[in-house]
Design a protein around this ligand. Structure first.
Ligand SMILES: [Zn+2]
Length: 369
């Protein structure tokens, strides 16, 4: 039994703030190069204060280590200002908060805020699960956490390597949080990071991408590990290739909430970037876990158990069945992708953007089986 009802923000002098009360924070202007524009104010987490003077005093007493930021652009002098907007979050279980991303492709309107993110509050510390598609999303998540609790963020769990889930990680590195991910994430992300960054620059705009930095993974998971947040164990489990090359889930045992990352999609068409048969096997294993609620990577933000798995299972089964039929009929890939899983079209958003790609991956995988 865990009680997290008493959540308020208490500063070092024991005063309560947060909620609607004004809070100051430290930022640093980060510009693309010496020519200045474009720039963005990057949050320096950990200097939140009730007054501007206290924020400035904290900056003077503990100057931020800017070494990692300096490689990303030209830095101005850190300064304090009224705090920016927190992300909206919903408490889906006692002490478990989720921000629901837009069900859309990343674009200039949503600025990369298209994935579900969340955090779990223990007696001693907080674990973040995914950080969003741009630094500003991670910063908004930090503020949302600070509205709920002053406890430190001890862990940032990255469910997989896709940019909409990890490009907001940079701000959390300042707080000294452990970065937890699948043992295969670092290498896979190193291979793809430049391409992801370039595509996000085009999709959401350079101003939003500026300062994007995924800090190194400090805890690599190859099987399973329990993280202790203080009377609140969170089980992080690494899975074989499924949705992607490097999927983990985070299971809050106190509430029975499973953060599934993109192993489970809701409303948003599933995206296959790993192995179709591997994904189905993983979902089969997940079905046998003792779960009360699922937080999917997109949609939701919280699904009932086990009904929340039904759409995913049906889609992947249909994808497999139609692909096997096309291969048995001797169809060519280019023709087959036009009808594979077509019966699923009306059940999902963004079907056009993802289904053909999924069919291509499935066909290539099953053709050589
Ligand atoms: Zn994904």
């Amino acid at each position: 039994m865990v009680s997290h009802a008493l959540i308020s923000v208490v500063d070092l002098r024991g005063r309560v703030f947060g909620g609607d009360q004004f809070v100051f924070e430290a930022v640093i202007a980060l510009c693309l190069d010496l020519a200045a524009e474009p720039c963005r104010d990057q949050l320096l987490p950990g200097y939140e204060a009730v007054t501007q003077a206290e924020c400035e005093a904290a900056l003077a007493a503990r100057p931020p280590a800017l070494i990692n930021l300096s490689v990303l652009g030209t830095l101005k002098t850190p300064m304090c200002r009224p705090a920016g907007e927190p992300l909206t979050v919903e408490e889906v279980a006692d002490g478990v908060f989720v921000h629901k991303g837009h069900i859309a492709e990343p674009d200039r309107a949503n600025r990369g805020d298209v994935a579900n993110l969340g955090f779990i509050v223990g007696d001693d510390s907080v674990a973040v699960v995914d950080t969003g598609g741009a630094p500003w999303v991670g910063e908004g998540l930090w503020r949302a956490i600070r509205k709920q609790t002053s406890k430190p963020v001890s862990h940032v769990i990255l469910t997989h390597l896709h940019p909409d889930h990890v490009f907001g990680t940079g701000p959390f590195a300042f707080t000294g949080a452990e970065i937890v991910a699948h043992v295969g994430l670092s290498r896979a992300l190193a291979d793809r990071q430049a391409a992801y960054r370039q595509s996000f620059e085009t999709l959401i705009g350079i101003e939003s991408v500026l300062g994007t930095n995924v800090p190194p993974v400090t805890i690599a998971i190859d099987k399973e590990m329990a993280i202790d947040l203080g009377n609140r164990p969170v089980l992080v489990k690494a899975w074989p290739v499924a949705h992607s090359l490097a999927d983990v889930t985070a299971f809050d045992t106190s509430s029975g909430t499973l953060f599934a990352g993109d192993l489970i999609f809701h409303r948003h068409t599933p995206a296959l970037d790993g192995r179709l048969m591997g994904w189905q096997a993983v979902l089969h294993d997940i079905e046998h876990m003792q779960v009360t609620k699922i937080v999917p990577g997109h949609g939701g933000p919280a699904l009932d158990w086990p009904d929340g798995l039904a759409d995913m299972n049906r889609y992947l089964k249909t994808l497999e069945r139609d692909t096997r039929q096309a291969i048995a009929d001797g169809e060519r890939l280019g023709d087959a992708v036009n009808h594979i899983a077509e019966s699923e079209r009306t059940a999902w958003v963004l079907f056009q953007a993802y289904n053909k790609r999924n069919a291509t991956v499935a066909f290539t995988e099953l053709e050589w089986e």
